[in-house]
Design a protein around this ligand. Structure first.
Ligand code: NAI
Length: 295
């Protein structure tokens, strides 16, 4: 398959990442199916896409009318024959290997043989997800950053059996979506960015645990010395503390041995259901669930 053959894109999961990926694909002119488990979630996702498109239009980033772009996205509850003409799918559901494998098995049944099945997983091995399908050569990692409409980098990562053609088409699709892709030729859970970020998170966590500095001070270092757009703890809140927790847990369950242990502060916040911006409280406190103001 060539990148020009891609006409319809299916995004599975309409949460933090999925709605943004669907938005990107619609801006680039693709017909998009956006799937999630309930109509309520899809309605809220479409509201967020509309809000974001309106901002992009105000800034002159998009030329077309908001409604024209929005109409390219078709929300779909569940996964059934409705989506069976998609040429490329991007999965952005919960970071749990069993749930992802079930979804990939379903996608394998539903989508045409030429379709590429990409995952936005942050930490799971692409090869383990690909095993759930009969087309592991067409399964690939395509890792976006939050918010997908604004963050330029996309990591394209090959699983053990991903073909060169699949990786190339995915890389080219990322470029068509206006992104700057990088190619990672080995299946390394956490890709490159999250391995580096994981190391920074754990180092920051140790500083706070040992009471050498508090979270605000660590975040000031990240912003004013390291030049990060957000502090370390601010970014964890923004991403979702549950996401960071599941990333570490999934690696543990899969027996992924590496040098990035789980941060005890993340475990504590997760257990208290303080998940960051999405719950209204995390390392910082926000005006309400889902309401982000810079701490
Ligand atoms: P989220 O929790 O905001 O959204 C996940 C969505 O998937 C929810 O709306 C949920 O209802 C839906 N879902 C769950 N099971 C489903 C199924 N079987 N079929 C259809 N929809 C289903 O999660 P978020 O943050 O968007 O993360 C999604 C994926 O993207 C995860 O793999 C995560 O590791 C990865 N990721 C997250 C980033 C972030 O900054 N939040 C950045 C890059 C990757």
């Amino acid at each position: 398959m060539k990148v020009e053959d891609i006409k319809k894109i299916l995004v599975i999961g309409a949460g933090t990442m999925g709605h943004g990926i669907a938005e990107l694909a619609a801006i680039a002119g693709y017909q998009v199916y956006l799937s999630d488990v309930s109509q309520d979630i899809l309605n809220s996702a479409m509201d967020k896409v509309k809000w974001s498109l309106t901002k992009l239009k105000e800034r002159g980033t998009i030329k077309e009318d908001v409604e024209t772009v929005l109409q390219r996205i078709r929300p779909v509850v569940g996964l059934d024959k409705t989506v069976s003409d998609a040429d490329f799918s991007i999965e952005a559901i919960t970071e749990k290997i069993d749930v992802k494998r079930q979804t990939f098995a379903k996608l394998d049944e539903l989508l045409p043989p030429h379709a590429i099945l990409a995952t936005n997983t942050s930490s799971l091995p692409v090869s383990k997800i690909a095993e759930a399908t009969k087309r592991p050569d067409k399964v690939v990692g395509m890792h976006y950053f939050n918010p997908p409409a604004l963050m330029p980098l996309v990591e394209v990562m090959k699983g053990d059996k991903t073909s060169d053609e699949t990786a190339k088409v995915t890389y080219e699709l990322a470029k068509k979506l206006g992104k700057q892709p990088i190619m990672i030729n080995k299946d390394i859970p956490g890709y490159v960015v999250n391995r580096i970020l994981g190391g920074i998170n754990i180092a920051s966590c140790i500083v706070v645990e040992k009471k050498l500095a508090d979270i605000k001070e660590v975040d000031a270092v990240a912003r004013y010395k390291l030049g990060f757009p957000m502090g370390v703890f601010e970014l964890l809140d923004y991403t979702g503390i549950d996401v960071a927790y599941y990333i570490s847990k999934s690696r543990e369950e899969l027996g992924v041995k590496d040098d990035i242990p789980i941060c005890s502060l993340i475990v504590e916040k997760f257990k208290n259901n303080e998940l960051g911006v999405k719950s209204g409280k995390g390392f910082y406190t926000y005006p309400g669930p889902g309401k982000y103001v810079k701490p």
